[in-house]
Structures are given as structure tokens and as C-alpha cells.
Design a binder for this molecule. Structure first.
Ligand code: BGP
Length: 491
């Protein structure tokens, strides 16, 4: 039996380009879909929660297209990682990170998305960034598409519902493999491919009021993304033999609320529809047996072309990755109290506490998820995201005391270790939001995940100076002793 993490366990940190980079109009970059998401500081907490993952509307979109300002569009300023990445990576090195996960901004490489030749300045930026990671002892885990898509692809082609997107995407992915392949250790073609279902603007560029059959469009987009994912696997293996390409979902771990058989069945269906449908296609290479009934229930009929099934079957992923923030429960009783969560809302679990944003904190759920994922596919697993969003306070002496984050990390890492002892082949852990960035769902800067604090407010004002939180020192020590000192409290 394994006693703990293997020696070369990949302790890491993750961010996404659109939430961190800023410099939205520099370096030849085109406009991305995330640059158009609006935020207002006047919104109170309820409105922010209500607006979380707001799906884009045509008036909002049109207004954003002509807006020049940054203030109400936080993804335009991020945390200025574009200019400050050297200093930031210096802090990551001090932390002892073994791997750094970030996404590549499609619109930096192809400003409109459909060009034949890439923007050299964009390629150079990523060559410099990834070289810097290696120079500081970190491997690179690169997400090819983390929501942010060149907006011209939406305007000219309608986004992912158009099959042409597959070609644009594959051309983009091949350009990355050829130009950055020597600097990337793990590739992730799509961040949380199941997001298309739960935030269709972010996930697949759909504007709800423009879709007469929204659900159908969502799954048609997903089919195209599955093909793009498979073709990216194929291209990576051809261009970069031995490369590792993963499939990722946002993991919505769902328990039956009670042992009532109907609740148990409900949880199985939720697991299948929200999670496994996506990993089944990417890892097993075909639409699962339950998908016909799921489509029937949702009133969905997707169009497949001859040869699509073969593409999926022949190009399955090398490993699986997921983000894990919380768990939820399923019940046939629709009157149950709800709890908020990443991308979805689920039933409340009376045994769990929740974060300030109402996401139910469940470390054991991480062990459960890892076991389930590994048992089902027998593929190595990567925890691509995990962390807690909280309001942090910078004290006058430049400290941030965040015991809640230390507790969250300690407990989740302890359960991760249990999963390793259970026999799960776990490659690494890239803690989410290693440095404070703009939150993806609510677009707030005040929802902070980092072990590094960034002095900036919701409107991008502040010194942007970086500070080490108490959790920085905790995670540093955890990495130094390879997670040895984290023990599950329930054993
Ligand atoms: C995931 C996304 C991230 C992210 C994280 C936390 O779904 O991949 O981009 O930000 O959730 O969510 P939030 O930022 O809304 O708190």
C-alpha cells in the first residue's frame, strides 16, 4: 500500500489567462469573449450571486463591443499578470511549486480566430512565460481554451454551434503544439468541457436570446467540442510523440440526499448527466448508453457526421483532470433547500458547512471523487483546480491572516492523500487561484482564492502590489514536506 504522495508529485498552482493577464489590447491581441462580461460595484451581494455565471444577452453584448472602458469589465485589467509575471513566478518559485497551470489566450495567438498565420508577438509572450516557469523549476500545464474565445468567431460564425469552429480550434492547437510543444509538459484542450451546459456563454459562446432551441444548441456545441478535443489529442500525439493530453470537467460530486432508492437513482442520473457524460466520451471514446435517454429527457437531437464516432473512438485522452470545489445532494423532492456552488446549484447537505459564497465545503468528497474517477477509467488523474474563495483583509503591517484557507487546503490535501493510499494514480494538484485573480462566476476581485494577495479592488484600483498570506507559508511547508504532515482527521 502507498503511504503518501510519490516523490515527484506535482504540487502546483493554477490561473486562467482571462482572469489574470489584463493587457486586453496589447501585444496584437484581439478581443475575447470574456473581455465583454460586465460587472457593477453597485450590485449588492444578492445581485452578484444572482448574476453569477450570468448568461450574456444581446443588449449587454452589443454595449460591451463598443465600450472602451476597463472599469466595468474586470477581465480587461485582470491582475496585470501580462506585465508582472516574472515577479509573480518568482513568488511561485519561493513557494516551491513544481507545476504552473495557466491558459493560453486564443486571441493573443489568432486575434480573430480564423487567420492562417499566428500573431508572432503572442507566441513570443508564451515562449517567454513558459521558459520563465522552467527556469524557476516549474513544469507547465497549459489549458488551450479556458472560456475566452476570440469574439470574431462568435460574430462571424456563431461560435461553437458552427462546425467550422473545429477547424479553427484545431489549427490553433496545432500552432501551439508546433511553437510551444518543447515548453509544455501537460496539455488540456478544454477547461471544464461540461461548462457548455452550465454557462453556455463562457463554455461555447452562445447568447441565450439568440437561440430558438437553447438546449439543442448547447449539445450541438458540445459535440463539436468533443471532436475538437479528440482531434487535439490526435494532433498532439502526431506532432509531439509522447505528449500528455487530458480531458477536464468541473466535478459536481453528488450524493443521494437520503437512502431512499429514488434519491439514490436520482444521484446516479445527476452524476451521469452532469459529470460522466463528458468524461465517458473523452476517456471511453463514445457516447455512453444513457445518453439517448438523457437527450430524450432534454429534448435534444444532435447532428453527427459520418466519421465523427471514429474520431472520438480513436483519440481518447491520456489522463483526466477535474476542478473540485464542493459537493451537493440529489433528491426527488424538489422542495429541498438549495445550496450555491460552482456553476450549478444543488440541494443542501446538512452535514456540511459552506464558504462565504455558499459553496458546501466537503474534503471527503474529494477523496470520493478521486476514487470514482480512477475506478471508472483507470487513467491517471490530475486535480486541476481546488480552493476556497473568501474575503481577505490586508492588515496595516502587510499581513493576511487566512486560517479558513489553511484549513480548507489542509483538509482537502489530507483527503487527497487518502485517495493516493486507496490506490488512485494522482499526478498532481494545481490549487486554484494560487494568486488572487478576478473570479470567473461573479467577476469580483473581492472573491479571493490566492495564497498570494493582490492589492486591487473591483474596479482595478490599488497598488497591485503582491503580499504573502499566512496560507502562503502553510502551502510552502506542505510542498516542502511533500504533504507528509497532512493527516485526515476522520481516521
Ligand atoms: C472554475 C473555473 C475557474 C474559476 C473557478 C472558481 O469553474 O474554471 O475559471 O474561476 O471555477 O470559480 P469562481 O471564480 O466563480 O469563484
Amino acid at each position: 500500500m502507498r503511504k503518501g504522495f510519490q516523490e515527484d508529485f506535482l504540487w502546483g498552482g493554477a490561473i486562467a489567462a482571462s482572469q489574470a493577464d489584463g493587457a486586453w489590447q496589447e501585444g496584437g491581441k484581439g478581443i475575447g469573449t470574456q473581455d465583454l462580461r460586465y460587472f457593477d460595484t453597485l450590485w449588492d451581494k444578492d445581485t452578484r450571486t444572482e448574476n453569477r455565471n450570468t448568461n450574456m444577452t444581446t443588449p449587454m453584448f452589443e454595449k460591451a463591443l463598443t465600450a472602451k472602458e476597463e472599469t466595468h469589465y474586470p477581465f480587461r485589467f485582470g491582475i496585470d499578470f501580462y506585465h508582472q509575471y516574472k515577479e509573480d513566478l518568482c513568488l511561485m518559485e519561493e513557494l516551491g511549486l513544481k507545476v504552473f497551470r495557466t491558459s493560453i489566450c486564443w486571441a493573443r495567438i489568432f486575434p480573430n480566430g480564423d487567420e492562417a498565420e499566428p500573431n508572432e508577438e503572442g507566441i513570443q509572450f508564451y515562449r517567454d512565460l513558459f521558459r520563465e516557469c522552467h527556469a524557476r523549476g516549474m513544469r507547465v500545464f497549459a489549458t488551450i481554451l479556458h472560456y475566452d474565445t476570440p469574439v470574431q468567431l462568435l460574430l462571424r460564425y456563431g461560435g461553437w454551434k458552427n462546425r467550422k469552429m473545429i477547424d479553427f480550434y484545431v489549427h490553433y492547437a496545432k500552432t501551439l503544439f508546433r511553437n510551444l510543444g518543447d515548453l509544455v509538459d501537460y496539455w488540456l484542450p478544454f477547461n471544464e468541457i461540461n461548462c457548455a451546459r452550465f454557462n453556455p456563454y463562457n463554455g461555447c459562446c452562445l447568447i441565450k436570446d439568440q437561440e430558438p432551441d437553447y438546449m439543442n444548441a448547447i449539445f450541438q456545441c458540445t459535440h463539436h467540442q468533443f471532436l475538437a478535443n479528440a482531434l487535439a489529442v490526435k494532433a498532439a500525439h502526431e506532432i509531439l510523440p509522447g505528449s500528455k493530453v487530458g480531458g477536464m470537467i468541473a466535478r459536481f460530486t453528488t450524493y443521494p440526499l437520503t437512502c431512499k432508492p429514488e434519491d439514490v437513482m436520482e444521484s446516479i442520473l445527476e452524476e451521469n448527466y452532469k459529470n460522466y457524460f463528458y468524461t465517458d466520451v473523452m476517456a471511453r471514446g463514445k457516447y455512453p448508453s444513457y445518453s439517448d435517454r438523457m437527450f430524450d429527457k432534454l429534448g435534444v437531437r444532435i447532428h453527427k457526421e459520418p466519421g465523427d464516432d471514429a474520431v472520438l473512438a480513436e483519440n481518447t485522452v491520456d489522463f483526466l483532470a477535474f476542478s473540485y470545489y464542493m459537493s451537493m445532494t440529489a433528491s426527488t423532492d424538489t422542495e429541498q433547500e438549495k445550496a450555491s456552488g460552482n456553476l450549478v446549484t444543488g440541494n443542501k447537505n446538512p452535514y456540511l458547512q459552506a464558504s462565504d459564497w455558499g459553496w458546501q465545503i466537503d474534503p471527503v468528497g474529494l477523496r470520493i471523487s478521486l476514487n470514482q474517477m480512477y475506478d471508472r477509467y483507470q487513467l491517471p488523474v490530475f486535480i486541476a483546480e481546488n480552493g476556497i474563495g473568501a474575503v481577505d483583509k490586508l492588515t496595516e503591517d502587510g499581513r493576511i491572516h487566512d486560517p479558513y484557507r489553511i484549513a480548507y487546503l489542509r483538509e482537502h490535501i489530507a483527503q487527497m492523500k487518502e485517495a493516493v493510499k486507496d490506490g488512485v494514480e494522482l499526478l498532481g494538484y494545481t490549487m486554484w487561484g494560487i494568486i488572487d485573480i478576478i473570479s470567473c462566476g461573479t467577476i469580483e476581485m473581492s472573491k479571493r482564492y490566492g495564497v498570494i494577495y493582490v492589492d486591487e479592488d473591483e474596479e482595478g484600483k490599488g497598488s497591485k502590489k503582491r503580499y504573502k498570506k499566512d496560507s502562503f507559508y502553510w502551502y510552502q511547508e506542505c510542498i516542502r514536506n511533500n504533504g507528509e504532515e497532512t493527516e485526515a482527521t476522520d481516521e
